[in-house]
Write a protein that binds this ligand. Structure first.
Ligand code: SF4
Ligand code: SF4
Length: 463
């Protein structure tokens, strides 16, 4: 049975992200035309005042929140830590309580002006706690007034970005994708070699010969998160075998081999240029369809910020699950779920499929056809727990905090006897692989994890 969650820390102020150095900040600022500011604190304050006036969610958080506390029981970072500053209402208060300089006093915040001055220490506290938020939107689902703290977090992080305070991990990933077209800065030769390796493994395991296209003309372009070329090879093999069996003519691209979009975790301007680049590459390759791989926030960014741009070019954008579901329903995809017997499967929704996107029923339908039996997690669908690595928190320095956050979904799975957790998202998969060894040790258990296309791969019969 699940263990009761206990507050391990009570104070998580020591868990600070490592910050990007000046050279890295300068590169990122140059890419989105942000000029250096003379005074970081004053400039941050100006941006917060502007956001409070113009951003509906920030305005709501500042003016409508009645401190009812309903969001506390929903927020994984508060439930895991017990630190009120690491909660939706606490994070909101860090901004709300700012006692701005006379210059701004009364103009925008009016009666909301509190009693805290923005000095360096307070600025550091804001940076720390806004980079402990998972941007999971669980609070927004529960708040009776619809205050969405994830959007407040994104807005505050955007102001932090513009004054040069960006987590080193997030900044490095954005720099990588803007320089090389993928988050891991994998060169074209490495991508090609991984794809060929996956093709050879499929031949060995299924006795099926696949022809692969890389940067070649095709009907469709497959865009997985780059982690699938590095650590989620079974997921990659799932895409490749499925598309082959269904006879879909597709190409990989080395120019934008990335579905993830870390602009969502730091600054909208970066999200926009990353989305623009993916659209340009699709147009250049002359494809009719772009197929997105398994990635929660990547799908959210793709659905909301790439598909509208693609459609203007006459290109369609779909998730691989849409294609798999259609193929199963039309009886065209041969599957043998019995090969996946032997584990007790639990499905857990990635936040950005359930609360930020619209992929709730499709993965369940597919899972029901590739395993003989599976269970839903007790906190399911819109109430799913974040993996604990969302919001760009996958950095090494935050691992102890992430492990604490992970106890929520881990014990949820164990409470229904689950031995294998399915979370079809690149961030979830990385977070699970980082935290499961220590969680299994702590709880003397042996829970395993994977994506969903991994199981599609094993269920497709060989010849
Ligand atoms: S649930 Fe909404 S109104 Fe209540 S404390 Fe949280 S943010 Fe404020
Ligand atoms: S977005 Fe998630 S982690 Fe952030 S405050 Fe809301 S519930 Fe907590």
């Amino acid at each position: 049975m699940a263990d009761k969650i206990v507050f391990t820390y009570g104070d998580t102020s020591d868990f600070r992200s490592n910050w990007a150095n000046d050279a890295l900040v300068e590169k990122l600022h140059k890419n989105v035309n942000v000029s250096a500011c003379d005074s970081r604190l004053e400039s941050f304050m100006e941006k917060i005042v502007e956001a409070t006036a113009n951003n509906r969610n920030v305005k709501m958080a500042m003016e409508v929140c009645i401190h009812c506390g309903a969001c506390l029981n929903a927020c994984p970072t508060f439930l895991s830590s017990g630190d009120i500053r690491n909660s939706p209402v606490g994070r909101g208060d860090l901004i709300r309580n700012l006692n701005k300089s006379r210059k701004f006093s009364g103009k925008v915040f009016g009666k909301l002006v509190g009693s805290v001055s923005l000095d360096q220490e307070y600025f550091d506290t804001i940076s720390t706690y806004y980079y402990q938020c998972l941007e999971c939107r669980r609070c927004g689902e529960i708040c009776p007034f619809g205050v969405d703290q994830a959007d407040v977090t994104r807005t505050v992080r955007s102001a932090l970005h513009d004054v040069g305070k960006i987590s080193r991990y997030t900044a490095t990933v954005i720099d990588n994708v803007e320089r090389t077209g993928n988050n891991m800065a994998l060169p074209p030769a490495a991508l090609k070699s991984t794809i060929e390796f996956a093709r050879d493994e499929i031949k060995e395991e299924k006795n099926i010969d696949l022809k692969i296209k890389i940067d070649e003309p095709a009907d469709a372009m497959l865009v997985p998160p780059s982690a699938d070329f590095f650590s989620n090879i079974e997921t990659l093999k799932g895409y490749m075998l499925f598309l082959h069996v269904m006879g879909i003519d597709y190409t990989f691209t080395t120019e934008h081999a990335e579905l993830a979009n870390f602009g969502l975790f730091s600054d909208y301007k970066h999200m926009g240029i990353i989305a623009d680049h993916l659209t340009e590459v699709a147009k250049k390759n002359g494809v009719k369809t772009v197929i997105a791989g398994e990635c929660g926030h990547g799908w959210r960014a793709f659905k909301n910020h790439v598909i509208p741009k693609l459609e203007k070019q006459g290109i369609k954008g779909v998730h691989i699950f849409h294609l798999v579901e259609d193929s199963i329903r039309s009886g065209k995809l041969p599957l043998d779920p019995s090969v996946n017997d032997g584990k007790s499967y639990v499905y857990q929704d990635p936040c950005n499929y359930a609360r930020g996107g619209d992929l709730i029923n499709e993965p369940r339908y597919i899972l029901s056809k590739v395993v003989s039996e599976y269970k839903n997690s007790p906190h399911s669908r819109e109430r799913t727990w974040c993996c604990g690595g969302g919001g760009g928190l996958l950095s090494d320095e935050l691992l102890p905090l992430r492990t604490e956050y992970a106890k929520l979904w881990y014990n949820d799975a164990r409470s229904v006897g689950g031995t294998h957790v399915i979370r079809p998202c690149a961030i979830c998969k990385a977070q699970m692989s980082h935290t499961l060894p220590s969680l299994n040790k702590t709880y003397s258990d042996s829970v395993t994890s994977s994506g969903l296309m991994d199981l599609v791969y094993t269920a497709i019969p060989g010849v």
